[in-house]
Design a protein around this ligand. Structure first.
Ligand SMILES: Cc1cc2nc3c(=O)[nH]c(=O)nc-3n(C[C@H](O)[C@H](O)[C@H](O)COP(=O)(O)OP(=O)(O)OC[C@H]3O[C@@H](n4cnc5c(N)ncnc54)[C@H](O)[C@@H]3O)c2cc1C
Length: 460
């Protein structure tokens, strides 16, 4: 490879208290929390909208509740605070189904929450504006400015050119850990998930899909909720395609296609996924470009499969795709504490925890015990070796199975509120580093922000 030397540059600089890089699932909530905490806050987002993977990758938001059904325990909403406020607002705007009970597979998740991705993006942006966050959209965070172990700024690129976004506390919510990596944090790249593009498909009827799976005896999950203005409609469905016919199973496997779909609208399926396992980590730009092509090829083939398999879907079409590949993780950033699986499954609560959570994506194979919750310690978000950088979202937790819990949307949102609240408190109290924040202050502020701590937690 050839190299060039870039000359030193004098670039314009803007000053903030808290700078959040990445306006995705977690970053939106980090920025709102920081701004509500009184910090002058900037959010740097490379796309022209916010929401990240929650708005373009998943099927539903897992999960605001404990797993109450299989354990016959009290139903508790464990994630509250700004994420739940957002959901209520989204619901009022017609942008989500609200909390609906999953009607089969109780041992996996009892709470189905489907979103309309376009309303999601809009409401998230609206809430950021109301909180007073400066959303720097279409702006890519490309480098950091450092003094010893402190970050003093993030270098950005936009159509306007290069700029420095200076701050006192920084939150890496880029999913990929771009800021942490640039700042010299240690990281690994496990490359343990496929890359995915999720598409919205029009010209399909979810009732017919549901009937088809039921008639074939392969339906294994569904939920009812509001759809196109009517209550108690099918809004989520999944079935074992491979059991319909082995040939179909083979085709589905080859495409890495999943048949689970959600919807809020008649004649529309959301989040039909095709997966592709890359040979190298998705932080490799050239390999990623190849994968983008491969996924779009697979989407076309998946559409053909939907057309030929589902009754009444002969004229189905791709109505939307994600703007870029999505991934369950790329870099895994080393933080002060790395939460292990056994502590998650044994429902451990910690003296510095910032919220409680109770969902595991591999349930029932791997199950959080007794329908209870575990706590996420503050330490899991502090990037090792850096005084003023939080890492949140899918880039923390090295153990694959532990990550299958912490990385889920609702957990990422809660990490956002926790880190943003903490960042604002650090600024307000003039603290030298994010490790100097007394937990009692953070706990009090999170409680005020409606974060719910499981009753089993002995903090008063
Ligand atoms: C296909 C798929 C399906 C999933 N399904 C579910 C599901 O059904 N339920 C569930 O709970 N979880 C699901 N997950 C997991 C969950 O959605 C993710 O783990 C979570 O959304 C990650 O949130 P995040 O904030 O870490 O990253 P993201 O939401 O990806 O946010 C990162 C943001 O940073 C921006 N960004 C990145 N780099 C830069 C940069 N250098 N400069 C500026 N901006 C930058 C991106 O544009 C993006 O907006 C799924 C994940 C995938 C990939």
């Amino acid at each position: 490879m050839d190299f060039v030397v870039r000359p030193e540059q004098k670039i314009p600089a803007r000053q903030y208290d808290v700078v959040v890089a990445g306006g995705g699932t977690g970053g939106v909530f980090a920025a709102i929390a920081a701004a509500r905490g009184g910090a002058k806050t900037a959010l740097i987002e490379s796309k022209g909208y916010v929401g990240g993977i929650a708005a373009e990758g998943g099927c539903g938001l897992h999960s605001f509740y404990n797993l109450w059904k299989p354990f016959n325990v009290e139903k508790r909403m464990v994630i509250r605070g700004i994420p739940e406020e957002f959901i209520q607002r989204l619901f009022r705007a017609g942008g989500c189904s609200g909390h609906n009970e999953t009607l089969m597979r109780p041992e996996y998740d009892n709470d189905t929450l489907c979103v309309d991705v376009e309303i999601y993006k809009f409401i998230a942006l609206e809430m950021l504006r109301e909180a007073g966050v400066q959303a720097l959209l279409n702006t890519h965070a490309v480098d950091v400015i450092k003094e010893g172990g402190r970050i003093t700024g993030i270098v950005t690129e936009s159509h306007q050119g290069s700029e420095a976004v200076l701050g006192k506390v920084f939150i890496d919510a880029t999913g990929y850990g771009d800021i942490s990596a640039r700042a010299g944090a240690k990281f690994s790249e496990p490359n343990d998930y496929p890359v995915v593009n999720s598409m919205g498909v029009g010209g399909v009827d979810i009732d017919k899909y549901y009937d088809f799976l039921k008639d074939k005896g392969v339906l294994f999950e569904y939920a009812r909720g509001p759809r196109s203005g009517r209550q108690n409609q099918i809004i989520r469905v999944d079935g074992a395609w491979a059991k319909i016919d082995p040939k179909l199973g083979e085709a589905v496997k080859e495409l890495g296609m999943s048949g689970v779909t959600t919807t809020l609208h008649d004649n529309y399926f959301m989040f039909i996924k095709v997966n592709f396992k890359m040979a190298v980590s998705p932080s490799n730009r050239d390999a990623l470009a190849e994968a983008e092509y491969e996924l779009r090829r697979r989407q076309q083939a998946a559409l053909e499969l939907l057309r030929s398999t589902i009754p009444g879907a002969a004229n189905a079409f791709i109505a939307r795709t994600a703007s870029t590949i999505t991934i369950r993780r790329a870099r895994c950033i080393e933080c002060d504490y790395d939460i292990p699986l056994d502590e998650i499954l044994n429902c451990t609560h910690y003296p510095d925890e910032v919220f409680s959570y109770g969902f595991h994506d591999s349930a029932p194979r791997i199950q959080i015990k007794g329908g209870k919750t575990y706590g996420l310690p503050y330490r899991t978000m502090l990037v090792k070796g850096l005084d003023n950088l939080f890492a949140i979202g899918m880039m923390i937790t090295s153990d694959h199975e532990a990550h299958m819990s912490t990385r889920n949307t609702v957990s990422c949102m809660a990490m956002g509120q926790a880190s943003g609240t903490a960042a604002a408190l650090c600024v307000k109290n003039g603290l030298g580093g994010i490790r100097d924040l007394p937990y009692a202050k953070l706990y009090e502020a999170l409680k005020l922000g409606n974060v719910w701590f499981d009753a089993e937690v002995p903090y008063k």
